[in-house]
Write a protein that binds this ligand. Sequence first.
Ligand code: ARG
Length: 580
Amino acid sequence: MKDWKELIADLLAKEVPEITKEEILALIETPQDSKLGDYAFPCFRLAKVLRKAPPMIAAGIAEKINASGAEELALFDKIECVNAYVNFFLSRGAYAAEVIGEAVQSGKEFGRSDLGQGKTVIVEYSSPNIAKPFHIGHIRSTVIGNSIYKIYDALGYNVIRINHLGDYGTQFGKMIVAFRRWGSEEDVKREPIKSLLSYYVKFHEEAEKDPALEDEARATFTKLENGEPEEQRLWQWFREESLKEFTRVYDMLGITFDSYAGESFYSDKMGRVLDIMKDKGILEESQGAQIVDLSAYDMAPALITKSDGSTLYITRDIAAALYRKENYNFDKNIYVVASQQNLHFQQWFKVVELMGFDWSKECVHIPFGLVSLEEGTMSTRHGRVVFLEDVLKRAVEKTREIIIEKNVNTDNIDVTAKQVGIGAVVFQELSAARIKDYVFSWNKVLNFDGETGPYVQYTHARAASVLRKAGFDAAAEKQNGTLLSGADFSKVTGDSAMELIRLIYKYPAVVKEAGEKYEPSVITRHIVDMAQCFNKFYHDEHIIVEDEAEKKAKLLLTYAAKETIASGLGLLGIEAPERM
Ligand code: ARG
């Protein structure tokens, strides 16, 4: 695809040798008001260099470019100066032909690139805790991480998806003690996580009255760490039952991982970590525990081992990072984890640096804000949780009701209700900048008219329906080599069509930006804009018109918009139904 900004910078560079092309590129603007052209070059900065008034400079540049006879001039309707600006008006027909042509020919590949070729990126996300509910709070890491994986994959990186399960630590001592005292094997088999959770809640209630329970839990965890068979068996069983529940949710969301190496996987890989720390002289004794002092960096010390010798969450993270570097040789190691853990990541990234590993700077923490419920906050200890599985099921159920009530068009109501219901929850999750806290609201999620998943999916289906009605079959035309033939792009130059074409043109850059910022909401925002713009185009113009050449061009635009929206939804982890 032509890079219009680049092309304009080339035209300008010939006429203003006083500054570099990079400087020119940085100065080029895209005016809000299309009366001022599609691109504009301000001449204020040149005034100093050329010692002339900016409007005079602009007039001179415009005149020279127009007189240059450059071949590229054919791509512009006009290039003129207004005050201190040189304004460039693209030839709408040429622009439409270039953008639509490129988009439809790339098809599913549109927006993908090979930017990351030969580079490996690890994305760690979801990472729920075993034997604890997979609740609505976990949706953020799961869904943001999955989207970041898809974006990096589209940018051509080799991506490894890791679920760093919270399957180790003193809480398993508590869980085992609680199960032995108040649990029943049958209940766990019937309703694993809900039962285990109720024991865990009970443990905390009882431990308040009887602190000895905490000691018992610690001793039990030590047994587990030492590989005592009975403790191991229970822990293994809790882990399996929990994974079954998590997998049900991942299946509903269409999410998979390359590795479930959780915290326990590193329990036998701690010795080396401690050896390197000792070697570097950064490990210190403190009241029987071992720490790395970080006061020089204005941080609390990192607690590496407890006084009883057992390792901690942070130690397991350090061991995991070493393992990942050695096994995957990552270029980047991304952690999609709530912002509550900011300090934790700052601490251990620093420790890894102090251990002498310069790849510590390739480790990136991608934080996000809290999700809360309209009814109030959640607390695992008090059993006040909303299970993610229940939320997803409810979303599908409610969507099904809406489909029936609104008489929405569908091939298969079960499939559509699932695609739209789950898509709606995911879309809301990825709507605002990830760092913002947000309140989960059913009314907002399932609104078919707001800036929601169902609205974007509905727009996609509407475009599909136009194409069906017109008998347009892109796959067949591609096969016959007639996809672009017979289209007159000078007939799709209305304002809303042009705006839509601009949004399609921007899409590949949007995907790149979303990757650079680790920010799926950049894509969400863009496809909402595209959906609104397509609906405006649909409203403003007749697509299936008499004039065959005009009709073909408009169908191709419709197809390009539809495919771009579908691609964007795909990068968010959302399906795009053909009918609804
Ligand atoms: N299991 C942790 C939790 O639920 C999240 C793990 C985050 N990842 C990490 N490498 N520390 O809070």
